[in-house]
Write a protein that binds this ligand. Structure first.
Ligand code: GLA
Length: 435
């Protein structure tokens, strides 16, 4: 979701500001209070879904490649009560003065008369998509949103909202797909993910690839999710950073980030055209060993932007390879220290360079954040998510978190950027019910 406020400028030497995650109890209370205030009734329950950061594997999902996200402790909370009619009423702290009222029979995709505006598209869109998937007809519902996933920070605040809605509707409409957080039904969750992606693509008009929704719905606490976007299969990769005295520090650049302004879609379109020229369904079909031959084919093609297609393809194929290698390192059973830690950091650094030079989705705020973090001792740093703003991540000794965060604040002040915010990315649980 886009952010609306203009953040203040960074001031050298000032304290880094961390965005805390609400505890489950705080999330329940905040969403329930808002629900009571808006609708004068008790909700049926409170559900949540996390934001995510991607450790590596960027812009690979819509190319059928690998990604490696973790779920954040920062969550969207949804207090919801099923209705007996087809009306949807929605409220958030920003809209508490004016409850939005929608009709499940009248809503439709972006660009049609039933278009749904703003964040309502992510909630109502999931109900709409579940019905299109043959899971209806559903009842309407009243819902109050209280989220602590930073908006517009590239941390999947919208996917969190979609997934919270999906698990809530799964429950109150007894669809029986999600299972519980402790005993998740992964196949059922994968089906809910499809509805969330459809809501994002068709109702919100963002042509995203599905990594965010899969992370929010299918991650496990203490693990990263190796997601094979060709067939949707997953491997839960142990990622206990605390045991290695490491922290995955998120740097929210506060720079504008949007997935509906055409740049994201342009990258996706370039990949599809490159695959077509290469005669493969997906760029993930190009093995690293065939990359040079594939690039030669693109250069020899009649495409007017052949060099752009070369660069985009090089990023995708090398990024999938980096992801595979990083997963192999994490899975070898040895502690994440020494040479192994250096290799993980180097893969993260190389990912950022590829996204900066070949994929051209970074921006000055992201580049300065990773440079400052590395200079202050991070083992590796890279942008995460779609890019064009949003967030970067840095793998940091826990004892050095404060020094790295201060170095980023100071670098931002030097460049006249807005003050960044920081989050501690502890690999957390997937979407579920709280009460
Ligand atoms: C955004 C999209 C995802 C994915 C990433 C880039 O987060 O929503 O589908 O494409 O960008 O890896």
């Amino acid at each position: 979701m886009p952010r609306t406020e203009t953040p203040p400028a960074a001031v050298a030497g000032s304290e880094p500001v961390f965005s805390p995650a609400l505890s489950p109890q705080e999330g329940v209370e905040a969403a329930t209070d808002l629900f009571r205030e808006a609708f004068g009734a008790e909700p049926d329950g409170v559900w949540y879904a996390p934001g995510r950061v991607n450790v590596i594997g960027e812009h690979t999902d819509y190319n059928g490649g690998l990604a490696l996200p973790i779920a954040l402790p920062h969550r969207a909370h949804l207090a919801l009560r099923r209705r007996d009619d087809r009306t949807i009423r929605l409220v958030s702290p920003q809209t508490r003065e004016a409850i939005d009222v929608l009709d499940l029979d009248a809503i439709g995709p972006t660009g049609t008369p039933g278009e749904v505006r703003h964040w309502n598209a992510y909630v109502a869109g999931v109900a709409w998509a579940l019905e299109r998937d043959g899971l209806g007809p559903l009842r309407g519902f009243d819902a109050a949103l209280y989220s602590c996933v930073p908006l517009g920070g590239g941390l999947s605040s919208s996917a969190a909202l979609e997934c919270a809605t999906a698990v809530a509707l799964d429950d109150v409409c007894t669809l029986g797909l999600a299972g519980t957080v402790d005993t998740p039904d992964d196949a059922g969750r994968a089906r809910l993910v499809e509805a969330c992606i459809r809501a994002e693509n068709e109702m919100a008009g963002a042509p995203t690839g599905g990594m965010d929704q899969s992370a929010s719905m299918r991650c496990r606490a203490g693990h990263a999710l190796e997601l094979d976007c060709r067939d949707g299969s997953v491997v839960h990769v142990p990622f206990d950073l605390a045991a290695a005295d490491l922290t995955l520090l998120v740097i929210d650049t506060k720079a504008k980030h949007s997935l509906v302004d055409g740049q994201y879609g342009a990258r996706r379109d370039a990949c599809e055209r490159a695959a077509e020229i290469l005669g493969v369904p997906l760029l993930a079909d190009i093995e690293p060993g065939s990359l040079e031959a594939a690039l030669a084919t693109l250069r020899a093609s009649k495409a007017t932007d052949a060099e752009v297609l070369v660069a985009r393809t090089r990023h995708v194929v090398t990024e999938i390879d980096r992801t595979r290698r990083l997963v192999a390192l994490l899975q070898d059973g040895t502690p994440l220290t020494g040479e192994k830690l250096a290799q993980v950091g180097a893969l993260m650094d190389a990912s950022h360079e590829s996204l900066r030079v070949d994929y051209e989705v970074t921006c000055p705020e992201l580049d300065v954040a990773v440079q400052a973090a590395r200079a202050a001792g991070a083992h590796g740093a890279r942008m995460t998510g779609g890019g064009f703003g949003g967030s970067a991540i840095a793998l940091v000794d826990t004892a050095a978190v404060d020094a790295v965060a201060r170095a980023v604040v100071d670098a931002y002040a030097d460049h006249g950027f807005a003050a960044p915010a920081f989050l501690n990315a502890v690999p957390s649980a997937p979407a579920g019910r709280l009460v």
